[in-house]
Design a protein around this ligand. Structure first.
Ligand code: FAD
Length: 302
């Protein structure tokens, strides 16, 4: 490769500004108390002017946040111009109970659901469906569509779901969700962009054409990240761990490193033409806001 080729094939940080900015979306979780609620609303208020295509609100394990998810989504509808997507899971609830949540969402003005199976409750290793419940997320998607014409997003796993024996099983599961009515997938977080790009190519080669949004997690707390990643099957590359080594007591440097790592992921994704990016905000706006600025998303021009 000549120097000229390298120059023309490189996609530099400045190219993020000269190309059309990507569409972004943000995930929040429902707050547990008044203080957390205030923090969430500060974040929503800061990020709303970036005009996300939607923001999603998670649903706690076993439906533990049913009320709080509902309240948060309702408040977003009433107090912001943003379209919320409410997460919903199958775990520990009968079909009748889940169907009621679906109807309540519709009545509250929600038109987009992120449909998930959910993880085994209370640290159980094996997932056991509720005897009268929806078994897999594809069943839930089907159930939602029978109730009302929601827009439906589902989960996707660039490193495959830990319970899938191989990628073939994993992609079959994704296909079933799409056949049932899902029109978008959001991925589990990942750090090596190649992992996402390989998965994206594999999914496309199986005839799946819906948007697959890369889910990016700006790293806040490495200890928590290690714990959570062990449960959800996301790998943490050694290079990432070494970047954060020795920074436990240094939040300012940690934030700078985290923003740089995530901006670099965005740069590589944009270079490959990925034009929708989903951020796991953990209800903190600072990192996501900074990264969106680096993507050329500026509230004064969007
Ligand atoms: P499924 O699509 O049902 O797949 C689960 C496993 O079952 C896979 O291994 C799949 O291959 C297998 N499978 C699927 N269908 C079949 C079938 N017919 N026969 C045999 N095997 C099958 N969890 C929460 O509790 N609350 C949230 O708000 C939440 N939000 C999330 C958001 C995103 C973007 C992501 C990526 C995950 C989220 N999760 C959430 C975690 C999610 O609930 C877990 O990852 C869960 O273990 C899998 O959910 P799923 O919807 O992919 O399940």
């Amino acid at each position: 490769m000549s120097l000229k080729d390298i120059r023309t094939s490189a996609y530099e940080l400045r190219d993020l500004f000269t190309s059309t900015p990507p569409q972004v979306s943000f995930e929040f979780f429902p707050p547990k108390n008044a203080e957390m609620e205030e923090k969430l609303w500060e974040s929503v208020t800061k990020l709303a002017p970036l005009k996300p295509s939607f923001v999603s609100v998670t649903y706690g394990a076993g439906g533990s946040t049913r009320e709080r998810t509902h309240q948060t989504v309702k408040r977003i509808i009433h107090e912001t111009p943003i379209k919320p997507a409410a997460h919903l899971t199958c775990v520990a609830a009968s079909r009748a109970e889940v169907d009621q949540v679906i109807r309540d969402y519709w009545d509250a003005g929600v038109r987009h659901i992120v449909a998930l199976r959910g993880d085994p409750p209370n640290g159980a290793k094996e997932y056991t469906p509720h005897p009268d419940g929806y078994t897999y997320s594809s069943d839930l998607v089907e159930g939602i569509k029978k109730i009302a014409d929601f827009e439906i997003s589902v989960a996707a796993f660039p490193e495959k779901h830990p319970a899938s024996k191989d990628f073939a099983q994993d992609i079959d599961a994704l296909k079933r969700k799409i056949d049932a009515g899902a029109t978008r997938a959001i991925t589990q977080y990942f750090f090596d962009v190649d992992v996402f790009l390989r998965y994206h190519e594999m999914v496309r080669s199986h005839g799946i054409t819906i948007p697959i949004l890369p889910g990016l997690l700006p790293v806040g707390n490495v200890t928590q990240l290690i714990k959570f990643s062990a449960m959800c099957g996301a790998s943490i590359p050694d290079w990432l761990l070494s970047l954060f080594e020795g920074l436990d007591e240094d939040p300012t440097t940690r934030a700078m490193v985290a923003a740089t790592v995530c901006a670099e992921q965005c740069r590589l994704l944009r270079k490959e033409g990925i034009d929708n990016i989903h951020f796991y905000t953990l209800n903190r706006s600072e990192l996501t806001f900074a990264i969106c600025r680096l993507l050329g998303i500026n509230q004064s021009v969007c």
